[in-house]
Design a protein around this ligand. Structure first.
Ligand code: SF4
Ligand code: SF4
Length: 445
């Protein structure tokens, strides 16, 4: 983190002191924290970071490069929240601290450039992202040969890109009718990066919901959930995205707002908090109350038993923002166990972060690589032929790690496996109903 300059003292009200004071310093969170476990440094533990935030909030410390570095190294995986007996809302405190840092601390140029390009200009806008990826994909071979000449950040982004041609899935229609009797009407959040890189996951989600009696509407005016901005301190931009989504979804018209991305889901569920002082506060709280992860929703309504056997040995990886952020652990496993022919095996450390964490694997490559290495070793130890996980960032990160280790393990969203079990067996057919197309394993292709 060298290169940043200390700035003026942070206003004391910027980080909520009442929440900070809930920490009783017991340290029970430290053994759950990936960065503390890797480095053994108190300043890289949840408790240490809370000490740093408090010292800044009380005016005893400034946001220096060193202090900011310890907070930057946090994945915001929220494993510490799960472990904390005092209910310290670590994620919200970190977001407040990062907003303070964004206001008062000048980051080194590399970080400012990456945030401006990826977070502000590209990722929240699917049209721009798709346009930017087209030449990258067609030049992938040449870029690989030139890899040694490319800057590390570019190499890392290329390595994350799923191999092969982009999915042939067309955009989702505005309404996908329920199969049989309509039991629910739900709205689907299609995500921004996810709809470009994993359109087949959105199709699988819509198909599986429809197969379970849900009419699925896809609101046209929806946008990015704001998670990348919120987690990196751009709070006002995150609030603007939240306002846009609250206005885009007709809450009177649907029973639930469905997302298949853990990171989006945990942010959407916090819209009430994010917009608590806004004119849209009550609508935001209502919106948040209707948000459901697709696994949470399907397990809640009870699924039609899928009939098609799926002969796979599957290890399930808990996305942090599903397990720690939303407390959703049993539901995806329950759905996977309902698939005939599928054998679910336990993944050691299933809820340990894979190192993806939004932009983390680009901004903090060394720690991200260490965590990914552990995750891949754990996957390899299971003998599974498939990893299932409910977050696009984890899908990309884990697939990258498997490719780099040369392991032919497929990486899928749980709804893709469910779609397969309902007879939609490959990506192409999810949109057309044709069962004949094939797709190489993301990891092994
Ligand atoms: S959010 Fe994760 S990385 Fe950050 S302090 Fe908590 S456990 Fe550690
Ligand atoms: S477990 Fe909770 S109360 Fe204990 S040190 Fe960690 S954050 Fe503080």
């Amino acid at each position: 983190m060298a290169g940043g300059k200390a700035a003026q003292t942070v206003p004391q009200a910027a980080i909520p002191m009442d929440q900070l004071l809930r920490c009783v310093h017991c340290g029970l969170c430290t053994s759950a924290c990936p960065t503390y476990l890797e480095l053994g440094n108190e300043a890289d533990s949840p408790r240490g970071r809370l000490y740093l935030m408090r010292a800044v909030a009380e005016g005893r410390l400034e946001w220096t490069a060193d202090v900011v570095g310890h907070l930057d190294l946090c994945l915001e995986c929220r494993a510490c929240e799960t472990a904390c007996p005092a209910g310290v809302p670590y994620g919200q405190l970190l977001e407040a601290a990062r907003a303070d840092i964004a206001r008062t601390y000048r980051r080194p140029w590399r970080e400012r450039l990456l945030l401006a390009l990826l977070r502000d200009m590209l990722f929240p806008y699917p049209g721009r992202l798709a346009a930017a990826l087209r030449p990258v994909r067609s030049l992938r071979g040449a870029l690989k040969r030139l890899a040694g000449l490319l800057p590390g950040d570019v190499r890392r982004m290329l390595a994350l890109l799923p191999p092969g041609a982009p999915s042939a899935c067309p955009p989702l229609p505005s309404v996908i009718p329920a199969q049989g009797l309509r039991r629910y009407r739900v709205a689907l959040l299609t995500g921004c990066v996810a709809q470009v890189l994993f359109p087949e996951v959105n199709w699988a989600t819509a198909r599986v919901l429809a197969a379970n009696g849900c009419e699925v509407v896809v609101p046209a005016r929806q946008g990015c959930c704001g998670a990348l901005h919120l987690h990196s301190g751009a709070r006002e931009a995150a609030r603007a995205f939240a306002r846009r989504n609250v206005a885009a979804f007709d809450l009177d018209d649907v029973d639930a707002v469905i997302t298949n991305a853990a990171g989006c889901g945990s942010t959407l569920k916090e819209y009430g908090h994010l917009l608590q002082d806004d004119a849209a506060a009550s609508q935001a709280a209502r919106f948040a109350g209707k948000v459901r992860d697709v696994a949470e929703f399907l397990a809640g309504i009870g699924i039609v038993p899928p009939a098609q056997p799926v002969h796979r040995v599957v290890a399930y990886h808990d996305a942090c923002h599903l397990a720690h952020g939303q407390g959703i652990r049993s539901e995806p496993r329950q759905l996977l166990r309902a698939i005939p022919g599928l054998r679910l095996v336990e993944l050691p450390g299933a809820d340990h972060c894979c190192g993806s964490a939004g932009l983390y694997n680009i901004l903090q490559p060394a720690m991200a690589a260490r965590l990914l290495e552990k995750k891949i070793a754990a996957i390899a130890s299971t003998g599974a032929d498939t990893v299932a996980t409910g977050n696009p960032g984890c899908l990309m990160q884990i697939a990258k790690g498997l490719r780099e280790r040369g392991l032919a393990v497929d990486v899928r969203h749980p709804v893709e496996l469910l779609a397969e079990a309902y007879g939609f067996s490959r990506a192409g057919d999810l949109s057309t109903g044709d069962d004949s197309s094939t797709r190489g394993a993301r990891a092994g292709a």
